[in-house]
Design a protein. Structure first.
Length: 103
């Protein structure tokens, strides 16, 4: 794992990876499990998404405009180069096309 991640980012990434290919945990459960606040969780999610460690699918109900629990997909980096492999880049494009965010 690269050194550009904070301890909280590393803990959150490991937590997400523990669920396999997708993490369906609610933000409330994640906050409780990691003993962090909602704003901290949102900051971690945004940071890891910008660094290409995760892809977050955000949805909401078109009828009620209520936000649904985001689905978090962990993305792995090449161990030697610590960059996104061609395969990982294809996975990100697939996830973005197959599971687009609504907002």
């Amino acid at each position: 794992m690269r050194n550009d991640l904070s301890m909280q980012e590393k803990a959150f990434y490991i937590y997400v990876c523990g669920f396999g290919e997708k993490c369906f945990q609610s933000q409330a459960n994640i906050c409780k499990d990691l003993n962090i606040t909602g704003p901290t969780l949102r900051k971690l999610m945004k940071s890891l998404e910008e660094k290409n460690y995760i892809y977050v699918q955000r949805k909401y109900s078109h009828k009620t405009k209520e936000k649904a629990t985001p689905v978090i997909f962990p993305i792995t980096l090449d161990e030697k180069t610590e960059l996104l492999s061609h395969h990982s880049q294809q996975i990100i494009r697939y996830l973005q096309n197959t599971y687009p965010s609504d907002y």
